[in-house]
Design a protein around this ligand. Structure first.
Ligand code: NAD
Length: 486
């Protein structure tokens, strides 16, 4: 059956490979269930080894075409990218609906972020493409001249998770397309219906055949893509565990790889912070529990000054208790369900761990009385930074409040983590906040909120990954250099 944007049960029987809808080689299918109701809401083909081979083959042929995408002037590629952005823009409400109905992201969040971000990021990188300089002549150190060339790396395998499926995909394919690479995107099995919509948008944008291909599938599909001999670069976002094994495989193959992995970021709340205001206007919930806690950069370890500890614990307890938990497609919902029952069980196991480790529960802790994979926003106070709930990524709406004495101690606790992705500082004094932010060893820090900026790089350090995404800097991860000494 052909996919239609309006149907509630989407059964799609094609893969987007080589610029067209093709029949899958594999007979396996992925069934998608609603985290709100556990009802089946659609299915798509599961890409097998032969489907990945076909997609990589198409991407390779497009890359090697002597008159093709790679050889186009950057401004011509930029025009195609803007067409792609336009065709995604026409579908933003449907993207948001599909994302929300699969992973539990509140619809309002999906409309404002994941459903919309690809439009803005593609246009931004089209602008960057317009400014690309392929060959640059320099005076050489030895007195002669050198031509420095920036060349597209080749076929990019892009592997993304389910939590922000469209955003994390465009962070890879926008810089890759801008510099002239071709792409095989592997979405996560939990979020394949929005990937099918992306295929429709790419088809409408009339990108040259093979420049952009999509192979929905699980880890085995991903593994085949990672080690495929015709792939030149891997861009991955997901768990640290999977990232480590992909990094190992790429190391053996000498294949360039960027890894955006897990996080356990800290919010340092300074003693002059106006937390009530941040709670009132939504910034605090967004930075600590946004997308139901299913966001990599959330500040889930909240460090509170002992001088205002009790009062600030109350702010978090009240905030967590006030958030509207409900069906992700309901516009009133602020916290939707966990993506799967398995993930809900995992989040609940951490809540049990918090109790066992002696933390004090001040909000949530139980399931709401409704169908679906819901967890109430949960806050533990008096948490030790050495405890499991403060060290491991939970990826759900569960906060650990940790008291500190003095800013030096707060910075030490913030940096005492195997992760190094993000963080926030909360203060009424921006200069003081900037000074503290500079001491946090992570890829990005927000002041009085967390608003990632697609025009600036963000990437993790330590177990949070290698390399960075976004910003014009990210294009270098899809390029190789050649110097010609004249
Ligand atoms: P995951 O690692 O289980 O899966 C991510 C993707 O990789 C999926 O498409 C999956 O099918 C594929 N995959 C898994 N194992 C693979 C392997 N060995 N080889 C190739 N592909 C493989 O992660 P998830 O549960 O889908 O996502 C949640 C994780 O993603 C969290 O840890 C979160 O912090 C992280 N994340 C990081 C960022 C960031 O920018 N740093 C952003 C969002 C999510």
């Amino acid at each position: 059956m052909k996919a239609t944007s309006s149907s509630t049960d989407l059964n799609i029987d094609w893969l987007f490979i080589g610029g067209a809808r093709v029949s899958p080689r594999s007979a396996e299918r992925i069934t998608v269930t609603s985290p709100n109701t556990s009802a089946v809401i659609g299915s798509v083909p599961h890409s097998g080894v032969e489907d990945v081979d076909a997609a990589v083959g198409a991407a390779r042929a497009a890359f090697d075409d002597p008159e093709g995408w790679t050889k186009w002037a950057p401004a011509r590629r930029a025009r195609a990218m803007r067409r792609f952005a336009d065709s995604i823009e026409r579908r933003v409400p449907e993207f948001a609906r599909r994302i929300s109905s699969q992973n539990g992201m509140p619809l309002t969040t999906a409309l404002a972020t994941d459903g919309r971000t690809p439009v803005d990021v593609l246009r931004l990188f089209a602008d960057f493409a317009d400014q690309l300089v392929d060959d640059e002549e320099r005076r050489s150190f030895t007195g002669g001249r050198t031509v420095v060339r920036r060349l597209p790396l080749g076929v990019v395998g892009a592997i993304v998770p389910w939590n922000f499926p469209q955003t994390l995909a465009v962070f890879k394919y926008a810089p890759a397309l801008a510099v002239g690479c071709t792409v095989v995107l592997k979405p996560s099995p939990e979020t394949v219906l929005d990937a099918a919509l992306l295929a429709e948008a790419a088809e409408e944008a009339d990108l040259p055949a093979g420049v952009f291909n999509i192979v929905p599938g699980g880890p085995e599909t991903g593994k085949h893509l990672v080690s495929h001999p015709d792939v030149d670069k891997i861009a991955f976002t997901g768990s640290t565990e999977a990232g480590r094994s992909i990094g190992e495989a790429c190391g053996r193959l000498m294949r360039p790889v960027t890894l955006e992995l897990g996080g356990k970021s800290a919010a340092i709340v300074l003693d002059d912070a106006d937390l009530a205001e941040a709670a009132g206007d939504g910034r605090l919930a967004k930075a600590t529990m946004g997308n139901n806690g299913q966001t990599c950069h959330l500040s889930t370890r909240v460090l509170l000054p002992r001088s205002r500890y009790d009062e600030m614990v109350d702010v978090f307890a009240e905030l967590a208790g006030s958030l509207v938990v409900g069906d992700s497609l309901d516009p009133a919902t602020q916290v939707g369900p966990m993506v799967t029952s398995r993930h809900r069980d995992r989040v609940e196991s951490y809540i049990a761990m918090g109790h066992a480790e002696g933390a004090r529960l001040v909000a949530g802790g139980a399931r709401p009385d409704r169908r679906g994979w819901f967890v109430r926003p949960t806050v533990f106070a008096d948490v030790s930074n050495a405890s499991t709930i403060a060290r491991e990524e939970i990826f759900g709406p569960v906060l650990s409040l940790i008291p500190y004495d003095g800013v030096e101690e707060a910075v030490r606790i913030a940096n005492d983590s195997r992760y190094g992705l993000a963080g926030t500082v909360w203060t009424s004094d921006p200069e003081r906040g900037l000074d503290v932010a500079k001491q946090i060893v992570t890829g990005g820090v927000g002041l009085n909120g967390f608003r990632p900026d697609p025009a600036s790089p963000l990437g993790g350090t330590k177990d949070s990954g290698l390399g960075s995404e976004m910003g014009p800097e990210s294009m270098a991860h899809y390029q190789r250099f050649q110097s010609i000494y004249l």
